[in-house]
Design a protein around this ligand. Sequence first.
Ligand SMILES: Cc1cc2nc3c(=O)[nH]c(=O)nc-3n(C[C@H](O)[C@H](O)[C@H](O)COP(=O)(O)OP(=O)(O)OC[C@H]3O[C@@H](n4cnc5c(N)ncnc54)[C@H](O)[C@@H]3O)c2cc1C
Length: 451
Amino acid sequence: MQNEVLTVDQVDCCVVGGGPGGAMLALLLARQGVRVKLLEAHHDFERDFRGDTVHPSTQEVLEQIGLIEKLRALPHARVFEFPTHYADGSVSPPAASGVRSKYPHTLEVPQARFIELLVEEARQYPTFSIVFGARAEELIEQDGVVGGVRYRASDGRHEVHASLVVGADGRFSKIRQLAGFPLVGARAPLDVLWLRLPRTATDPERAHGIYLGADGFLVVIPRGEAFQVGFTFPKDGYTRVRAAGIDALRSRIATRAPFLADRLQLLTDWRQTTLLQIEIGRVRRWYRPGLLLIGDAAHVMSPAAGVGINYAIQDAVVASNVLGQRLCQGTLRTSHLAAVQRTRELPTKIMQAIQRQMQPRDDRVGHVSASMPMVVRLMRLPLLNQLPTRLIAFGGFRSEPVRELEVTPCPFRTLLRTAGAFVLDVISHLEPAYCMAFGLYPWPGTGDRHK
Ligand SMILES: Cc1cc2nc3c(=O)[nH]c(=O)nc-3n(C[C@H](O)[C@H](O)[C@H](O)COP(=O)(O)OP(=O)(O)OC[C@H]3O[C@@H](n4cnc5c(N)ncnc54)[C@H](O)[C@@H]3O)c2cc1C
C-alpha cells in the first residue's frame, strides 16, 4: 500500500519549499487570508553554508510586516561594505554605501533563524499550515492545468489540492522538473569549497571581503563568532583539490588570506568542508496554468554578491501582491502568473549577467573581462552606474513594497465565517433535543447547560 494516498487537503495555494522565498510567500499570503500550505522536505530549517545575507530590501519588507525588531534581536553581523584584498596586501578603500534606504547595510543572519522567524509569524494566521518532512514528488494535473501536488512524508503519500502550486524548492527544483521547464544559462567558471574558521578579537575590522590570489580568490564572510570562508577553484577541479591533500588546501588559503594562517591547523578533515558547484541559470517561463516558480527554482543565483535571498524574497512579495486577493476571490488567471514573471524577470536577468562578471576567470583573476556583455558595459555609463548597487541592495530596480499591510480577509470568506458563527451560536443555544434531532452535539463550553 505504498502508493495509497493517506490524506487529501484542499487549500488556495500550496507552496513547495520552505526556503526564504517559500516561507515569505506563505506568510504574505496567510496575512491576506489565503489558505496556504507550505511543504518542506527537511524536518527543520538548519542548513549549513547557505545564504545568510539580508539586504536592505528584505529589511524594508520586514519593517512593513512588523518583524524588523524581531529580526534585529536575532544573532547578526552588520556589514556595511565588502572590501577587496589584493595579493600585494593592499585593500580597497571603504566604499560609500550609495544605497538610499532606511537600512543601507546588510545583515548577516543565520538563515535557519531567519526562516523560523517568518514561519513563527505565519503560524499566527489560521489559514497557514506547514508540513515538515514533506517531499513533493508529483504534480496533480488535469487537461494541462496543475491542481495540486502529491508529497511523501515518513508515513506515506499525501495530496494537496490547490488553485495554485508555487515551486519555491530551490536550485534543484523538483517542481521545475515536473513542470518540464529546462534550465538555460551559461556554466559558471568556478566552484567553491565552503568551510568555517573562528574569528579572533585581534582580527582587523575589515578582515572580511574578497581576497584575490594568483590561483583564484577567497571569500571571507563574518558569521557570528566565525568566518565562513569560500575557497574558489576552476569548475570541476574538486578531484584535483582533494588529491592535493588538506595540507595543500590549508597552504593555498593562507597564501590568499595570510591573516587566517594562525587558525588553519583547525582544518583537519574534508568533512569540515562543503562543495558548492556554482550554477547560474533560469527558466524561460516561470508559470503554467495553476503553477508558478519563484526564487532559485525559477532563476538559480550564484552566491556572488549574496543576492539569492533578496531575489527570492522580492519574487515572493510581487507574487503575493499580484496573486493574494485573486486567490481569495477565486479570480486567478494564468495572465496573473505571467505578470509576476514580467515584473521580476528583467532585474533577475541583469543581475545574473553581473554575477557572471563578478567571478574572476582563471587567468584574469580580479579583472573584469573585456568580453563582458553589452548590458554590463552599459552600466559603467554615468546615471546607469548606480544600477548594480540598486540591483544588489533591492533585489530589483526598486524595493517592492508589500501591498497588503493589514489582514484583509476575502469578502466572501468573511461572509461565510460570519454566517457560520451565527449558525453555531444559534445551535449552542438550542435545547439538547434539537441538537439530538439534527445530529448535533452540545457546543464546547456549553456542556453544563445540556446535562
Ligand atoms: C553554499 C551557498 C551559499 C550561498 N550564499 C549566499 C549568501 O551569502 N547570500 C545570499 O543571499 N544567497 C546566498 N546563496 C544563495 C541563496 O541561498 C539562495 O539563492 C536562496 O536561498 C534561494 O532561496 P529559495 O527560497 O529560492 O530556495 P532555497 O533556499 O534553496 O530553499 C528551497 C527549499 O525547498 C526545499 N525543497 C527542495 N526540494 C523539495 C521538495 N521536493 N519538496 C519539498 N521541499 C523541497 C529545500 O529543502 C529548501 O528548504 C548561497 C547558496 C548556496 C548554495
